[in-house]
Design a binder for this molecule. Sequence first.
Ligand SMILES: CC(C)(COP(=O)(O)OP(=O)(O)OC[C@H]1O[C@@H](n2cnc3c(N)ncnc32)[C@H](O)[C@@H]1OP(=O)(O)O)[C@@H](O)C(=O)NCCC(=O)NCCS
Length: 168
Amino acid sequence: MNDQLKIDIRPVTPPDVPAIAALAREIWQATYPGIITQAQIDFMLEQRYGVERLYDDIEQPDKWLDQAFCAGRRVGFAFCEICQGEFKLDRLYIHPDMQRRGVGGQLVTHTAERARRLGYLALVLTVNKRNDKAIASYRKYGFAIREEVVADIGGGFVMDDYVMEKRL
Ligand SMILES: CC(C)(COP(=O)(O)OP(=O)(O)OC[C@H]1O[C@@H](n2cnc3c(N)ncnc32)[C@H](O)[C@@H]1OP(=O)(O)O)[C@@H](O)C(=O)NCCC(=O)NCCS
């Protein structure tokens, strides 16, 4: 990319939480119909983006919630965490009308730099096997599929994912 879009990456703070929850819902509704059922979308949004969960997440010492602004507008977020000894990019979501402009790439770079600073040699993530667009993006960022995993997330739902890894 020649002219990188100027974005500002800042930590999510408590007053940001309701806007992050709303942004997550908007992006999920634009992404997951056709990949998972509406019932699973609603269940997972409540499980992962309920405001109480987000308030709790930002207090954790081994989790980092970053949000990206472009010209003052909140356009996406990336959450990462230390999980079972690995550095995990847990959630990466860009508003539909700001996708494919390099925002996701800049958030991945930001996350990879944090992981490297903390001494990790790889960044890992999970992605739904049917989320072809995200998988294409992750390949572009240098991730490769490491394994497949089916996880029971409660409520009668499973996540059918690839684990992808980017060496740092
Ligand atoms: C996947 C996502 C995070 C990528 O972020 P982004 O800012 O849109 O992507 P970038 O601009 O950094 O693009 C990186 C590369 O990914 C690939 N890519 C991005 N969107 C793509 C799409 N819709 N179809 C195919 N390839 C795509 C391209 O190769 C792109 O490079 P190019 O535009 O130079 O060809 C973002 O599109 C998104 O939030 N999607 C919906 C939610 C989602 O699925 N999140 C991931 C959950 S695990």
